[in-house]
Write a protein that binds this ligand. Structure first.
Ligand code: ATP
Length: 508
């Protein structure tokens, strides 16, 4: 009981610290249409014992203020329908017997990895709406074992940078990889990402903001080399340091560089200038699952099953690679042009050998073992999956209370506010995910074999062969209609000033 009080007190302190920053959708212009769910900010804090000492093994030893979001959106995404036709999954009825293991097998030829920002597009290559390009990077060969410098063959043409109009220009691309031919698709993807020089802001035309977070914003950006669109997350170094998030922020590119999976966002590079940190990712044009859920209010079980299955595979891949994600929520699930998911925001993801202690995540989604300040493992992500599925099907989180202390008590007692909307099979699955008994809580294999997923073939899911319930209407790879509008900053990046923080961010 002592431990519970300590945990709840810790959360209370943490929550109050961040309350002033807390924003939710009621601040958006179309607040009248919002359902009962709100965008919930992520929090982080290390566990400090009564005597003030820190538990070893945590991410940081200091009680940190919240990982505070500031979503300054001024209107909601315009293209998301208020009702979507949910088509049952088209996969065969057989259940997967072998859960897909890391690394991603070769048969995933339709790689989710996009064209490199420095890779010119051959004129014969058609730009695909989901960002798939089947071109090799530049004119290098994959099994070359030496470092070569190549020059693309694009013709020079005048650009209109101010209007953001793309015209190709030649660029020198240095091949830095000298590795042997990669054996797997994942390895190939990783190698492709290393095959260009370090990116810089000047390689892109920065366009509108598509999302905001605690320390900065995510821009749509267009490569000056190939005209393709990317997402650039820009974070203010000063804020990151002030809010003691240096380690988390370094974790994000470090982990993203190491992963490659159809349902994870792809990172091309991370770099910094004097004032900001930048991450260049594939742009995922369908917007947040959160926005779709908000407009829909809730999903049919069949639709929820589709999203859940893709997330199950993403989490399983991360766990097999020793990574715990720790911030599962609809805000962090993006929808690509074909309607498949891309998990983004790896700010809380961490390589975990055994257990970790940091209190981080989003209040509604916090697992009991995190609140209890117990060491925890990847089991927290399976708890998060339970909360996510519940929220998709019911339209609200399973544990709700305006008072954070009561909310955490409910979580600790696993007092789920069940709904009639849930089928017996799903209830059984959720009871095995939303359980405080860590030994009993389902993991990857048990989830995939559960009867709720009986009509879904996970091999088909992994191959992106199951038909998504909702396909966003995007007209080109830089379409932003699925994203809310945000107030743009008056001045952008590139200020040159003394930079005392550069060495704190080796991952950039
Ligand atoms: N690759 C992407 N393509 C399109 N939009 C993106 C992409 N990455 C992020 N976004 C948008 O930007 C928003 C903020 O991104 P992200 O969550 O990574 O930032 P953050 O600073 O870590 O946020 P928070 O502080 O809430 O954790 C996302 O919710 C999403 O709407």
């Amino acid at each position: 009981m002592d431990l519970i009080n300590k945990g709840v007190q810790l959360i209370r302190r943490s929550t109050l610290t961040k309350k002033q920053h807390q924003r939710n959708l009621s601040q958006e212009s179309d607040a009248s249409t919002q359902p009962s769910i709100c965008k919930t900010p992520s929090i982080t804090s290390s566990i400090t014992s009564d005597d003030g000492s820190s538990y070893s093994g945590g991410d940081s030893n200091v009680m940190t203020p919240a990982h505070t979001p500031s979503r300054n959106s001024t209107s909601s995404a315009s293209h998301i329908p208020t009702s979507i036709t949910i088509t049952p999954a088209t996969a065969s009825s057989s259940t997967t017997t072998t859960p897909p293991h890391s690394p991603i097998p070769d048969y995933l030829s339709s790689s989710p990895v996009n064209a490199s920002p420095l890779s010119p597009l051959p004129q014969t290559t058609e730009q695909s709406m989901d960002g798939y390009f089947s071109i090799p990077i530049s004119s290098t060969t994959e099994n070359s074992s030496s470092t070569t410098t190549v020059v693309s063959h694009l013709t020079t043409a005048p650009r209109s940078p101010n209007k953001g109009v793309y015209s190709p220009r030649p660029i020198h691309v240095t091949r830095v990889s000298t590795h042997a031919v990669p054996r797997t698709k994942a390895a190939k993807d990783k190698q492709r990402r290393r095959q260009h020089r370090k990116l810089r802001l000047d390689d892109f035309i920065l366009k509108r903001t598509v999302g905001t977070g605690s320390f900065g914003r995510v821009h749509l950006a267009q490569s000056k080399v190939n005209g393709k669109h990317y997402a650039i997350k820009a974070l203010d170094k000063y804020d990151v340091v002030r809010l003691k998030q240096v380690e988390h922020i370094n974790n994000e590119p470090t982990i993203l560089r190491d992963v490659s999976h159809p349902f994870l966002v792809n990172l091309w590079d991370a770099f910094q200038d004097d004032t900001h940190l930048f991450m260049v990712m594939d742009y995922v044009p369908g917007g947040e699952l959160f926005s779709i859920l908000r407009k829909q209010k809730k999903f049919s079980e069949q639709a929820a099953k589709f999203y859940a299955a893709e997330i199950v595979l993403a989490l399983s891949y991360l766990h097999e690679n020793g990574i715990v994600y720790r911030d599962l929520k609809p805000e962090n699930i993006l929808i690509d042009a074909r309607g498949h998911v891309k998990l983004t925001d790896f700010g809380f993801a961490k390589r975990v050998e055994n257990v970790t202690w940091t209190v981080c995540g989003t209040p509604d989604y916090l697992a009991p073992e995190i609140i209890l300040s117990k060491g925890y493992t990847k089991t927290v992500d399976w708890w998060g999956l339970g909360v996510l599925i519940f929220e998709m099907v019911v339209g609200r989180a399973p544990f709700l209370d305006k008072n954070p202390v009561n909310l955490y008590q409910k979580i600790l007692e696993c007092r789920v506010d069940w709904s009639e909307d849930i089928s017996p099979d799903l209830k059984d699955l959720l009871q095995n995910l939303l359980t405080c008994d860590l030994e009993a809580r389902y993991g990857s294999e048990q989830v995939m074999k559960h009867k709720w997923f009986d009509d879904l073939n996970f091999d088909q899911v992994l191959r992106r062969k199951v038909k998504p319930p909702y396909i966003p209407k995007v007209k080109d790879d830089g379409d932003t209609t699925c994203f809310a509008k945000y107030k743009e900053p008056s001045h952008l990046y590139g200020n040159v000033r003394g930079d005392p923080f550069r060495s704190k961010f080796p991952a950039f």
